[in-house]
Each structure stands twice: as C-alpha cells, then as structure tokens.
Design a protein around this ligand. Structure first.
Ligand code: NAD
Length: 281
C-alpha cells in the first residue's frame, strides 16, 4: 500500500508505545483510524492527542484475547467507515519466567494475547480487507521471534508463532493473487511501557542474578529505539510491501547473528548472561 490517505487503519494496543506512535503517524498521513486497547485511559489519551473528527476516528475497548469481541469489533469498524484497509495486530504483553517455574495461567495469558490475538485480528479482518480491494495485515512479532532467550520461552513461543503464521499467510495470499498482503515486524528494544507491565516469576532471579525490579530495569536499558522511529520504520515497510521488517540496529545485529550461527548463537547468549551475572557479583 503506497498511500495511506483516507485508508482505514485498525490498530490494537493503541493506548501506549508503538500502537500510539502508529496512530499519530497514520493520522498525519491522512488515514482514518479505528483504535482499540484493553486500557481505557491509555486509549482516551491517544484519541485526545489526535484531535480527529468522528468521521475519521473510532475507538473501542477491546481485549484481543476475546475472539467474539474481536469479530464484533471488525463488524463495528466496517459499519462505521464502510470498509477497512489495514489491521495492525500490535497489542502485546511480556512475561519473564523459566520454563520450569512458569505458571500455566501466565503462559496461557501471554499466548492468548500475543499469539491468539494476532490470529483473531487477522481472520476477523481478512474478508473485509479483501472486500475493500486493497488491504495489508501487519503482525508485530519481535527479535525474540528470531532467537530464543532465557526466561522468555512463552514470549519466544508466541513471537516465533506469529512469524510462522504471517509468513505462511503471505505465500497463500500471493498464490491466490489476493489484493491483501501481510508483513511480519521484528522490533529490537523499543522505549515503551512493555517491561513495566510485564509479569515476572521468581525463576528470573535465579537465571539472571537480578531481582524482578532490577531485571525490568536491565531490560529497559537495552531499549534504544523510540516508538516514533519504530512506527516510521513499520509504515515504510508497509509502503514497500516488505515481507519482514527489522527495527533498530539491535534487531539487525540479532538477525545477522542468527543467520551466521543458526544454533550456536545460544552459546553466545549463555556466555553473555554468565558474564553479566558475574559482573553483578
Ligand atoms: N517494546 C519493545 O522493546 C518491543 C520489542 C519487540 C516487540 N514488541 C511488541 O510490540 C507490541 C507493542 O508493544 P509496546 O512495546 O508498544 O508495549 P506497550 O506496553 O507500551 O503497549 C502495549 C499496549 O497493548 C495493550 N494491551 C495489553 N494487553 C491487551 C489485551 N489483552 N487486549 C488489548 N490490548 C492490550 C496495553 O494496554 C498497551 O496499551 C507488542 O506486541 C510487543 O510484544 C515490543
């Protein structure tokens, strides 16, 4: 999709971080916006900062893990605007836990949002995007959809799954000559609220040598790119109909490491973790 003017863009998780920055950028490009989030206050803040009239903006409180509600939202968007052109499956959460100590409740909570939320968004909107004659599905994976990281097995599982799901869909759409395309997005560390809102289990301390609070701070130190830069890179990728978009120099470094050392990168990560644990004393 080369031009966003008057296109209808749907964003999940629009109340913070990358979702909010996407909304601002798309509004400036003349798109009409259907914004959703589970967090009412964050969603309101995004909507208020846009200052758009009702014919250009709708908002909805939506839990992406609720399949029925997601399908109802898709119907609402098309009733409001007449059509939909883009769905940004962006809402996401983080969880730090070792496999051994991870609660099933936490694992399912994350998978329901980070994986099933993306599946529901894709399947609920795909027929409408086709109907519109021009559509794009943008699924937010991560660099953790490219490599495994200790204490991130649930997040890794969801983000690898989003990549596989999106890559398979892309080929299907091409084979049928569809007017819809899709892109898998792999951000490195982005300065957002994701780590603060994360769930953390006690096992994190054993593996990283850091308290839960310290682990969150350590993660945030690695966040280098702003949400605005991330949004701009994502939208450039949509305009260019890219299959995969990497965001930030850290993402490019991780992608290169994975290509050069497809399995032994794991040794490098373990060495790095041991070094960090030692330097903490
Ligand atoms: N920040 C990073 O470093 C980073 C790196 C790679 C990938 N990502 C991915 O980018 C996406 C956006 O995250 P962010 O960094 O902007 O985080 P963020 O926490 O700033 O924003 C995430 C938004 O999702 C919303 N959300 C959470 N659970 C929801 C649910 N069940 N239904 C609907 N909305 C829900 C939150 O309320 C929040 O507004 C996520 O998919 C995340 O996994 C982030």
């Amino acid at each position: 999709m080369k031009n966003f003017k008057d296109k209808v863009a749907v964003i999940t998780g629009a109340g913070s971080g990358i979702g909010r920055a996407l909304a601002m950028n798309l509004a400036a490009s003349g798109a009409k916006l259907a914004l959703s989030d589970i967090n009412e206050a964050g969603l309101k803040e995004t909507a208020n900062s846009l200052n758009l009239s009702e014919d250009r903006l709708m908002t909805k409180i939506l839990d992406v893990a609720d399949r029925q509600a997601f399908y109802a939202f898709a119907d609402d968007v098309v009733n409001h605007f007449g059509h939909a052109n883009m769905i940004f499956n962006n809402a996401g959460v983080a969880l730090g836990a070792t496999v051994e100590e991870m609660d099933y409740d936490d694992f399912e909570w994350l998978m329901n949002i980070n994986f099933w939320g993306v599946v529901y968004g894709t399947k609920a909107f795909l027929p409408y995007l086709k109907q519109a004659g021009e559509g794009h599905i943008i699924n937010i994976s991560s660099i953790f959809g490219l490599v495994g990281i200790p204490t991130q097995s649930a997040y890794n599982a969801a983000k690898f799954a989003v990549r596989g799901f999106t890559e398979s869909l892309r080929i299907e759409l091409e084979l049928e000559g569809s007017p819809v395309s899709c892109t898998s997005i792999h951000p490195g560390g982005i300065k957002t609220n994701i780590a603060k809102a994360a769930r953390m289990s006690d096992g994190v301390e054993r593996i990283t040598g850091a308290s839960k609070e310290q682990a969150i701070q350590d993660f945030e130190k690695m966040f280098r790119t702003t949400p605005e830069e991330a949004a701009s890179t994502i939208l450039k990728g949509v305009r260019g109909n890219k299959r995969r978009v990497l965001i930030g120099s850290d993402a490019i470094a991780v992608d290169t490491m994975q290509r050069l050392l497809p399995t032994s990168y794991q040794r490098l990560i373990a060495m790095g973790q041991k070094y960090m644990n030692k330097s903490k004393g």
